[in-house]
Design a protein around this ligand. Structure first.
Ligand code: SIN
Length: 548
């Protein structure tokens, strides 16, 4: 049985729900989440949303910090658009019910602004240290109250439906998605006049990540299979401070902790970061994560330390209630002992290449939030800029999609059927778990914080073999959520390895020891690739915007 909508949103994080709430004024919106509505990276965001709201700040300062972090690859117009839209987006979130922390808890007082790495001013609006959760609760409530929005849980998107529409128009068009129902295993077509990828990132491609389990790069993999242009997949951000503890499952220690005075140290208590950058513990993440990685490998240490012990214990409890409590449960009192930390994969700066309206290169298909590469982050994202981009592009894409469906003739809702071929139930799930582990470990070891030509070549050979195995398995056995996700992480891994191999320099988050310097003459541009009809990858040279 197939469903159809005016706007189909795949993913229910901040970008997806912002799109849905904006588009709902003009048509029926279907939002699919692969787990429960609340399960998203947005919900886990601790730091906050960066925006210029104080008198000692300006758009120019925020733009300058963003461009500096982005190491020459930000799109200046996109940077201006996002940053200048910041205050209005913050007001909209407040109208939707979000409560940001204020100085002295005075509801009419000034915002209590946080500071994070690379920011020259305090400009991070937060709700304690559970900002993402506060925002998502308000938006889920607003979306649930909106009659034109239908939230559907447990639907895992498998493949985009991109074909020549029944009305006979000549172009390939995205008409929706095949989705797997996790409760009964059925796969159905869901058709829509516009389709939006808001599926988040792909931290699960790496063995150590701050991301939730849902971050398996589904949107990136689906878009690349649909031959959408992909940009800058080599720029993977590693967060410097995930808690190192056997029971912590990569629990994040927000960069806001360093913003409030926390200091990074080596295991012997010595300070080391000023040797790498004069900003010390508040340098940008690329620099801090690389410095930790280098020192740990040099010394054979397992972790570095984040020392908060010089701060007032009452302040720590008030400002970081969630982190404080979580650490206490693990026997760590941050007011008394430095916390052991390691870097972990955190954010993909690359993704589906979009223009300034959030359109992908495939007509009818939008991408917003972490799945997209809009040009805002360049080669390295500035902390807390991602929530801002999610809101700005959620709104921009929705406005464009409203216009798109009005000027595009509506197709009869004729759904293609999912073809199961000769697939049978698999009795060998060990193949899936073995490949899953192998990909995540090879990405960590060969395509992680520090790369080399040899490591990238090894990774390329391994991923080719693994993908062959997955392909065979995929056609012979009935689809399970694990198999869909495995195919997706393999596909994203391939895109990262390929893009990293093409960039023979070091810039932002991409560091290759065989090419340790920035090479502006040859590489001051995005890496743009697309799948070929036969499944390989090719480089694309096409200017934006897209013309559909
Ligand atoms: C953090 O709180 O450190 C994460 C914020 C971000 O990734 O922007």
């Amino acid at each position: 049985m197939s469903e159809h909508a005016d706007f189909l949103v795949i993913g229910g994080g901040l970008a997806g729900l912002t799109f849905a709430l904006t588009a709902a004024r003009s048509g029926k919106v279907l939002v699919l989440t692969k787990g429960s509505s609340i399960e998203s990276a947005s919900d886990k965001a601790q730091g906050g949303i960066a925006s210029v709201v104080s008198d000692d700040d300006s758009f120019e300062f925020h733009e300058k910090d963003t461009l500096k972090a982005g190491a020459g690859l930000c799109n200046v117009e996109v940077v201006k658009t996002c940053i200048q839209a910041g205050p209005e987006c913050v007001s909209e979130l407040i109208r939707q019910g979000v409560v940001f922390s204020r100085v002295n808890h005075d509801v009419n007082g000034a915002f209590d602004l946080g500071k994070e790495g690379g920011h020259s001013r305090r400009r991070v609006l937060h709700a304690g240290d559970f900002t993402g959760h506060e925002i998502m609760q308000a938006l889920i409530k607003a979306a649930s109250d909106e009659p034109n929005i239908h939230l559907v849980e447990n639907k895992l998107a498998v493949n985009l439906i991109v074909d020549t529409p029944p009305s006979g128009r000549p172009e390939r068009l995205c008409r929706g998605v095949f989705a797997l129902d996790r409760r009964d295993g059925s796969i159905d077509a869901i058709l829509s006049r516009s389709t939006v990828l808001a599926t988040g990132g792909a931290g699960k491609v790496y063995v150590y990540t701050s991301n939730p389990d849902v971050a398996t790069g589904d949107g990136m993999a689906m878009a690349s299979r649909a031959r959408a242009q992909m940009a800058n997949m080599e720029f993977v951000q590693f967060h410097p401070t995930c808690l190192y503890h056997p029971h912590a499952k990569s629990f994040l220690l927000s960069e806001a902790m360093r913003g409030e005075g926390g200091k990074l140290q080596l295991a012997d208590g010595s300070e080391f970061l000023t040797a790498y950058d004069e900003r010390g513990s508040l340098a940008t993440r690329d620099i801090v994560a690389r410095a930790i990685d280098f020192e740990l490998k040099k010394r054979g240490d397992d972790f570095a330390l984040l020392d908060m012990t010089s701060l007032d214990p009452d302040f720590l409890r008030r400002r970081f209630p969630n982190i404080h409590e979580s650490c206490l449960k693990l026997g760590l009192d941050m007011a008394k002992v430095p916390l052991p930390v390691v870097p972990a994969a955190h954010y993909f700066c690359g993704g589906v290449r979009t223009d300034q309206q959030g359109r992908s290169s495939v007509p009818g298909l939008y991408a917003i939030g972490e799945v997209a590469c809009t040009g805002f982050h360049g080669a390295n994202r500035l902390a807390s800029n991602s929530l801002l981009e999610a809101v700005v592009f959620g709104r921009l894409a929705a406005k464009d999609a409203i216009d798109w469906i009005q000027r595009t003739p509506s197709d009869p809702p004729t759904a293609p059927l999912w073809d199961v071929g000769n697939a049978i139930d698999s009795d060998e799930s060990v193949v899936v778990s073995q490949n899953w582990d192998e990909i995540r470990r090879l990405m960590w070891n060969y395509v992680g914080i520090v790369r080399s030509n040899k490591r990238l070549q090894r990774a390329k050979r391994r991923i080719e073999m693994i993908q062959e195995e997955i392909k065979e398995y995929y056609w012979n056995f009935l689809l399970s959520p694990d198999l869909v996700e495995l195919r997706n992480i393999a596909s994203v891994a391939e895109l990262v390895i390929h893009s990293a191999g093409r960039r023979a320099e070091s810039r932002g988050l991409h560091y290759n020891i065989d090419h340790p310097d920035k090479d502006d003459q040859n590489f001051k541009s995005d890496t743009v690739i697309r799948r070929t009809a036969s499944g390989g990858l090719e480089t694309v040279e096409q200017d934006l915007p897209y013309s559909w």
